[in-house]
Write a protein that binds this ligand. Structure first.
Ligand code: KIV
Ligand code: ZN
Length: 525
């Protein structure tokens, strides 16, 4: 395969594996399935759905994505261990197109301190792993972890050996975000010159962002022959994150005359996918983030506005609609009907199932009663809630708060449970939020450990909605919840109740499972 002649860059998305590994970014199975469906609509080529051997939960999510997502190739990561490869192969079985991605570290630091293995032992384990993976999967990728800090001559030996063993893609990771563009491009050129069978594989790049150069380093590698880029939505990932998918894709597209390359991405889905991932992970997008940040297409300075009015290309290198951001911040009001609402949702790039659309429309009507103007960002918050929002068992019927300077804050709640119960509780606290949280805990009997509390304004104006994200711990597990309202104490209570509901559903599910195991055991005695 002549990579210079190949003009198509494969987009390998690892939001659900490397992205999800980041602290605070873990997702439930339902959330992963939503993200995987959005990645399919975005038309990524490969979805790295997880690391099947890492835990039973990871195995189940790779399998569920393999079962339900058609179109992209579904991939699982695996160490060079037979057990890992077997788990990856099993989880991927339902996928029409699958890939096993095996990796082992190759740099001197990792060989000496982490693996305690000699160079030839690492090559042997990599070759054995690729051969084994090929027995159950035609498409195998290999990554020499920490490649950018590996001796180039040794790296070339490893790469040649895994291609010989059957790896169709060889990925070169800058695992610790250490390299710089010129040096990294040089490494790709070196490999293309010194690996005799390099034309039999696709070269891939995988960059971390520790020095803020993940996108630049990935583009440098592409310029030097890489034809697969590994990246994540919003650049989420361990530490400072990974190469951002939306940035790398729009750089290749906007500077097509420079790179002469293309991807298969539907760029109009970038913005909604970015919002979905931000809402699910609670990792908010900075306003000035390239491509998908709120200010990415906002022009404040008078001289810029003047130029923009004469011709948008004076100050705009991409059109907002190219990334799925509709320019109109048109305001829907309380008289807008379901049809206009659906149309706006579609213009914003979201596709909701009927039940979700109905939920979102009800929420829209309620909000329109409380707020004069509804901006696109208000609609997005409603849509995210309709897409990801929890479905009980508890719902808030009433929440009363009394608070003020020099008085003790107090909260009273009335909750309904899906089984028909209604519970009233009250509590005092240091402030209205603490009082509301304590009242919710008393009413539901679920005590959470609050670890993080964030509040931000969804749109502009005095009656803007506030979005609260809470991160809590329960039984050693971390959970995240989101709540949106024009009243931030109510938004906080909704976020907290979302987590309580998750815990309640999980507890119910775990005890149902325990009952069924006990029943099976009793039946076999
Ligand atoms: O950063 C890294 O080296 C990785 C590999 C497993 C590809 O994520
Ligand atoms: Zn990585």
């Amino acid at each position: 395969m002549n990579e210079q002649a190949n003009k198509r860059v494969t987009i390998f998305d690892t939001t659900l594996r490397d992205g999800e590994q980041a602290p605070g970014c873990s997702m439930t199975l339902r959330e992963k399935l939503r993200v995987a469906a959005a990645l399919r609509d975005l038309r990524v080529d490969v979805i790295e759905a997880g690391f099947a051997a890492a835990s039973p939960g990871d195995f189940e999510s790779v399998k569920a994505i393999a079962e339900s997502v058609e179109g992209p190739r579904i991939c699982s990561l695996a160490r060079c261990h037979p057990g890992d490869i077997e788990r990856a192969a099993r989880a991927l079985e339902p996928a029409a197109n699958r890939r096993i991605h095996v990796f082992v570290a190759t740099s001197e630091i990792h060989r000496k301190y982490k693996l305690e293995l000699a160079k030839d032992e690492i090559i042997r384990s990599a070759v054995d792993a690729v051969r084994l993976a090929r027995e159950s999967c035609d498409d195998v990728e290999f990554s020499p972890e920490d490649a950018s800090r590996t001796e180039p001559a040794y790296l070339a030996e490893v790469v040649a050996a895994v291609i010989e063993a059957g790896a169709g893609t060889v990925n070169i990771p800058d695992t610790v975000g250490y390299t710089v563009p010129t040096e990294f491009a040089e490494l790709f050129r070196y490999l293309r010159e010194h690996v005799p069978n390099i034309d039999q594989a696709i070269l891939s790049v995988h960059c971390h962002n520790d020095l803020g150069m993940a996108v630049a380093n990935s583009l440098a590698a592409v310029g030097a022959g890489a034809r697969q880029v590994e990246c994540t939505i919003n650049g989420i990932g361990e530490r400072a994150g990974n190469c951002s998918l939306e940035e790398v894709v729009m750089a290749l597209r906007t500077r097509a005359e420079h790179f002469g390359l293309e991807t298969g991405i539907d760029s109009t889905k970038l913005y909604p996918t970015s919002r979905l991932v931000a809402s699910i992970t609670g990792m908010h997008i900075p306003r000035n983030k390239a491509v998908v940040g709120e200010n990415a297409f906002a022009h404040e300075a008078g001289i810029h506005q003047h130029g923009m009015l004469k011709h948008a290309s004076t100050y705009e290198i991409m059109r907002p609609e190219d990334v799925g951001l509709s320019r109109s911040n048109l305001v829907l009001g309380k008289h807008s009907g379901r049809h206009a609402f659906r149309e706006r949702v579609e213009q914003l790039g979201f596709s909701l199932e009927d039940a979700e659309l109905n939920r979102a429309f009800d929420a829209f009507k309620q909000l329109a009663d409380r707020k004069k103007e509804l901006f696109d960002s208000d609609l997005e918050a409603i849509i995210m809630n309709a897409e990801t929002g929890s479905t009980g068992p508890w719902t808030i019927d009433e929440l009363h708060i009394s608070a003020g300077t020099g008085t003790i804050a107090a909260a009273a709640v009335q909750l309904s449970h899906a089984d028909g119960r209604t519970i009233k509780e009250a509590a005092v606290g240091d402030g209205p939020v603490e009082a509301a949280f304590t009242a919710l805990e008393r009413a539901t009997g679920i005590d959470l450990d609050l670890r993080n509390f964030e509040v931000r304004s969804v749109s502009i104006g005095e009656d803007a909605q506030g979005e609260v994200t809470v991160t809590v711990e329960y039984n050693g597990q971390s959970y995240r919840g989101n709540g949106v309202s024009t009243d931030i104490v109510e938004a906080a209570a909704r976020a907290y109740l979302e987590v309580i509901n998750r815990v309640a559903r999980r507890t119910r599910h775990d005890s149902a499972e325990a009952d069924s195991v006990a029943a099976k055991q009793a039946a076999t005695i």
